[in-house]
Design a protein around this ligand. Structure first.
Ligand code: TXA
Ligand code: MG
Length: 336
């Protein structure tokens, strides 16, 4: 691509934004779009050349498959066959929403999309503008998170511009994404189904609809089914250090150590509001709820790099509900 990346604020002129996006996508170009979870990097899922460009600009390993975003289950059937009953139930309950279903792929789906697997991941996002765009497009858009592979997912259009300025045609700006962590990926081609990635919908919510599911966590025999978990993820340049929940003394010790060593640091906590941690420039962020914590986590990790922090001290949260997805992202951001 030659030229600049255009950014359109979709709130101001949705119809024009959709027309411009469709024009780029139909020519095989790349368009970053908002979803309720994080921004996605869109390309026509049936256009192998366009999809290859997505892998290239992200620096993504070819063996890590992409999610196909569609507006309806009817369109999903262009990509997937024989949706099992539990998949149907989850789709009825959570689509559109922060859920991705891994299904048996149709033979016509480009191999580059599935990373050579015989399954395909399908998601209907719950973001009004993007749903409209998908309806008008009429087919599927691949949509990996719109970040360079390995760095924190984008929750603002400015994050996408930071990573891809001059490398993609268009960014559709709808402000900060609502949920802030990615969708829950569930493989329903096996029974019991397996959660391959924790995300915006909790295991409890899923089990309340289809009964017990498994979770392909570290060391789990089904982990190989989740290619994405093999790669380094979500990491800022700054070192991420996790402090156990409620360990005020430990946090104070680490803060003192940073000061002593002249390190630039920031702190993300949810239970130490009364601690009044003094950081340079007030870089201490409190989030009372898991929802707020998830919504702001990637933004803070990116901000830490913008502000040249050496260290991000993050307080762990309880691994319940959205807390499972938060801790998954924190652990992987903290991996050496
Ligand atoms: O919330 C989201 O899901 C965002 C927004 C933009 O929709 N997208 C996203 O895409 O997070 P990405 O590519 O960053 O993560 C997709 C995950 C990866 O872990 C990938 O390995 C997994 O889904 N995945 C995709 N297709 C798969 C398949 N056929 N089998 C198993 N896992 C698959
Ligand atoms: Mg990603």
């Amino acid at each position: 691509m030659t030229g600049k990346t255009k950014v359109i604020s979709v709130g101001e002129n949705a119809i024009q934004a959709i027309e411009e996006a469709l024009d780029v996508l139909r020519k095989g170009g790349l368009v970053a779009f908002p979803t309720e979870t994080v921004y996605g990097l869109g390309a026509d899922a049936m256009n192998s050349t366009a999809v290859e460009r997505v892998f290239a600009v992200k620096g993504r390993p070819a063996t890590n498959p992409l999610i196909v975003h569609v507006a309806s289950l009817e369109v999903a059937e262009k990509f997937a066959v024989a949706i099992p009953e539990k998949g149907q139930k989850l789709a009825e309950t959570f689509f559109p929403g922060p859920l991705t279903l891994v299904l048996h792929a149709r033979s016509g789906v480009p191999r580059v999309v599935t990373g050579g697997l015989d399954t395909v991941a399908i998601r209907i996002p719950r973001q009004e503008f993007t749903l409209q765009l998908l309806k008008c497009f009429g087919s599927g858009l691949v949509g990996p998170s719109a970040n360079i592979s390995g760095s924190p997912s984008p929750t603002l259009a400015s994050h996408v511009l930071h990573d891809f300025d001059g490398k993609i045609e268009l960014i559709l700006d709808a402000g900060q994404t609502h949920i802030g962590v990615e969708s829950t990926v569930v493989d329903v081609t096996i029974d019991p189904p397996v959660i391959l990635r924790a995300g915006g919908i909790s295991q409890n919510e899923i089990e309340s609809i289809i009964g017990p599911v498994e979770h392909a966590g570290k060391g789990h025999s089904l982990r190989h089914r989740s290619p994405g978990t093999r790669f380094r993820h979500y990491a800022p340049n700054a070192k991420v250090v996790i402090v156990q929940k409620g360990q005020k003394d430990e946090l104070e010790r680490l803060v003192a150590q940073c000061r002593e060593e002249g390190k630039h640091f920031c702190v993300v906590t949810h239970s130490f509001r009364s601690m009044k941690i003094q950081t340079d420039d007030n870089r201490c962020y409190y989030y009372d709820t898991l929802t707020e914590y998830a919504r702001n986590l990637f933004r803070i990790l990116r901000k830490a790099d913008e502000e040249h922090c050496d260290i991000v001290l993050v307080e762990a949260v309880e691994e319940k509900g959205l807390g499972v997805a938060i801790m998954d992202r924190l652990r992987r951001a903290a991996e050496e």
